[in-house]
Design a protein around this ligand. Sequence first.
Ligand SMILES: [Zn+2]
Length: 520
Amino acid sequence: MKLFGRLALLLLFSTALTSVRAAPRIAIAGISHETNSFNLTKAVLADFEGDDALSGNRKEWLETNAKTSQNAAGMIEGAEKYGLELYPIHFFNAVPRGPIDGPGFNSMVDRVIQGLKKAPGYDGVLLVLHGAMIADGFPSGDAEIVRRVRQAMGPRFPIAVTHDFHANVDPAIIADANIVITGKECPHLDTKERGFQTASILARLIKGEAKPVQAMVKPPMMLNLIHHDTYRLPLKPIVDASKETEKKPGVLAVSIPGGYQYGDVPAMGPSVIVITDNDPALAKNEAERLSAKLWELRDKLQFDLPEPAKAVEMAMASKVFPVTLLDTGDNVGGGAAGDSTFVLAELVRQKATGWVVALFDPEAVQKALSAGVGNPFAFPVGGKTDRVHGEPIMIRGTVKSLNDGKFIETEVRHGGYRYWDMGLTAVIEAEGSTRDLPNIVVLNMKRTVPLSIHQLVSVGVYPERQKILVAKGTIAPRAAYEPVSKLLIAVDSEGACAINPARFTYKLAPTLYGMEKRKP
Ligand SMILES: [Zn+2]
């Protein structure tokens, strides 16, 4: 009896052990950067907030990241559902700017590879890569990362990659990775869903239930960022078609990233990537069919946007408020400086009232800090990063408040970010303010992409009470600003993300339809 008891215990123990081992161990890592070729400030290692998950508490990392709506959150959910054990390694992410310097790039990739080689021994990896990364010497930094991972881990090691919707997908990454899935939506509200989809296909690959094969076709066009709103015409039918195609038997995933026109690289432009279950011909045919559908749209991809002076005039003349001016040239999320003053200069010159402009300007924040709340402020703001985002503008007023700049976004907004830190933040009430309609400059210590309305709300600015809001972006801020705006006007402003391709000289990108010179 006693012996039987021990045997039973042993059996139970060994069953438990077997079931643990049966769960594939998957590493999850990320190096994410949308690199703007026209931003002359290099990205260096210090710009990347290294999330050293490897040495941290695994459980805590998984719990925290599960609360966001980012790729990792979907991967965590997918792993749970499909019985994968996730092991976070390293996560590097930086606000977009110029190409990453060689030492910074090598250091991040080396650390990910070292992590992959450590215990407990992995059965595959989920890599969160933006898809528009440029590192010194590597026009596709993402393809180079996967090439090195493939080389280090061998030809049979399953590699699944997620990319942002703005990926310039290089053919090399399709060859080296087993699975490449990009965001479908812009504003990016499906990031979690795509992470889930990627984990689910990786699980099927590892369990031998599916054999993903990929094909990619790139139509020879530039899909201008101004048309990247996937919730509207002309792009919406393409996204719908990608979802329909995913329902076809044998098709595992369809991605149609819009590309990123500020990455001057050979792979610049939109792509169609189709993954099928071991059916290369089906993948190729569907990719070609959808690419042709995208190409047919080309004549609808025209635009005519007002320059800052005209846009401010239009906003002031509006019958409904608030009006949000989308400062496309200073698209922070696309790698622009975040301190452009072209729109601010017009607001001041045309004596508009009730406006809000947020600017990256650490020097001005310091000035406000030393002045103190309630005291006068007189200092040139913005236009300090480089010479393509305008001149500093003298702002006189009062320091309204000083804030630590941290907030949480609980709604699903572009990219799915939840935890925010804009650094020390000063709110200046500028001259020309009335009691009901203050003119507000929000000064941030860190470059902050306007993806959450809480960038304003958290520092005591009520966007719905103002007349003119300025959001430094093109499509991404819409998810946050549409709910509080009565009208949005995209502005053809200068800057590292100017919407008009005629403002740039391309060197490495192929000649694509849509790059034709339009006089700025
Ligand atoms: Zn994007």
